[in-house]
Design a protein around this ligand. Structure first.
Ligand code: SF4
Length: 268
């Protein structure tokens, strides 16, 4: 039986806005960002702790790049979200749509129905930004993606340990036509053995997958949650970055170092 609009899954969002992508392979591209609420991880360096839980409302930009947000109630319907994205999608402005969070894959049943409609309405490529630890949910969403940026969380830096899930996640990406790249946050506390393990994991799939080492951005006082003060990672030294890029390049062909460029230009 066909689903009615009312019975379709809804999404819990933080915000929708137009901005310049600041990380990884698409850095510098203009994207429409759909930032989903809720994350099941608690990375020490997280600058998006406001996304961990679902707020009662979300903020929706009305004009691309103008930050003229209007407030709507959560959860939101597919048809409302499609209308908001269509309003953002001015001719020739955006390169792609970024699904970000929080962890967007926690909304896999919604995405499974939403992404084909989104593609049909906008014609824009769909890019998934994920922590790379939910392979079962990826399986549901993968057919509708064009590209994916996945994290490998180094336990010594993030406080999270997901080696097995990362390997399964990357295998799935590699067996699909989706373009994938890896992001690894490094800090002064990085254990080179964990970097070697990450390089092995990637090389086990394809040594040509682009890997971005992203030096941690120090958190602003307002981004540090109470009780986290002692565990916020500090940035690596220039010497450490040079050494660790060399270490990764022994096993991989494309290892770049790139900080968060959107923060350098004062963007969201
Ligand atoms: S996965 Fe992302 S949003 Fe979730 S805690 Fe880690 S850095 Fe924050």
């Amino acid at each position: 039986m066909a689903r009615t609009a009312a019975s379709r899954p809804k999404a819990r969002l933080i915000e929708v806005f137009s901005a310049i992508q600041g990380e990884g392979l698409n850095a510098g591209d203009r994207q429409i960002f759909i930032r989903f609420a809720i994350c099941d991880l608690r990375c020490h360096f997280c600058d998006s702790a406001r996304t961990w839980f679902s707020p009662p409302t979300c903020e929706i930009e009305q004009t691309p790049g103008k930050r003229d947000f209007e407030t709507h109630s959560n959860p939101v319907s597919m048809s409302d979200l499609l209308d908001w994205i269509e309003r953002q999608n001015q001719p020739r402005l955006h390169d792609s749509i970024s699904l970000t969070g929080g962890e967007p894959l926690l909304h896999a049943p919604f995405l499974q129905e939403f992404l084909p409609l989104l593609k049909e309405r906008t014609g824009l490529p769909i890019y998934l930004e994920t922590a790379g630890h939910l392979p079962q949910q990826l399986k549901i969403v993968l057919p509708y993606l064009d590209s994916a940026g996945m994290d490998i969380k180094l336990p010594g830096v993030s406080g999270e340990n997901h080696w097995v899930a990362h390997a399964e996640f990357l295998q799935q990406c590699c067996q699909s036509p989706v373009e994938v790249f890896i992001k690894i946050i490094i800090s002064g506390q990085t254990d080179p053995k964990e970097l070697e393990r990450a390089a092995e994991l990637v090389a086990g799939c394809d040594r040509q997958i682009p890997v971005f080492l992203q030096p941690v951005t120090p958190l602003k006082p307002s981004e540090i949650l109470q009780g986290k003060e002692g565990i916020c990672p500090t940035p690596p030294t220039p010497e450490q970055v040079l050494e660790w890029q060399g270490l990764m390049k022994r096993q991989l062909d494309r290892v770049r170092v790139l900080p968060q460029t959107h923060k350098a230009i004062g963007q969201l």
